[in-house]
Design a protein around this ligand. Structure first.
Ligand code: NI
Length: 136
């Protein structure tokens, strides 16, 4: 009997989408406003989904307090009010698109969570645009 426990967090961060292998015109054409040289911000919404069996003794899949602390320390504290391109090492050579942010967050949290859990990440970049990554 698998149940999915969700933790929703928000963080504000700046980024710039740019492919250094392309010229300026191509970057502008492909990334539009997101290529703005002086960066721009998003109010990201991150949903961390942890799926597992209900523990017989606690009745929990995972204690949400523990999940909260893991997400706060390893994601929110590192991403919130940062410039993703400049401040977060994972994006030094990786375009900080919603897709890549979701994969980076998944990899960070996968290491912190017991392997008995399935993990999926949903990341909203805007109210209407969001991506999901489940490790495959
Ligand atoms: Ni953007």
């Amino acid at each position: 009997m698998k149940v999915t426990v969700n933790r929703r967090i928000t963080f504000n961060a700046a980024h710039r989408l740019n492919n250094p292998a392309w010229d300026e015109e191509t970057n502008k054409r492909i990334f539009g406003l997101c290529n703005n040289p002086n960066y721009h911000g998003h109010n990201y919404v991150l949903i961390v989904k942890v799926t597992g069996d209900i523990d017989r003794e606690t009745g929990y899949v995972i204690d949400l307090k523990i999940l909260k602390d893991i997400v706060d320390q390893s994601v929110t504290d590192r991403f919130d009010h940062r410039n993703l391109n400049l401040d977060v090492t994972e994006f030094k050579n990786l375009n900080p698109t919603a897709e890549n942010i979701a994969v980076v967050v998944w990899n960070i949290l996968r290491e912190k969570l017991d392997s008995k859990f399935d993990l999926s990440i949903v990341l909203y970049e805007t109210e209407r645009n969001f991506v999901e990554f489940s490790g495959k």
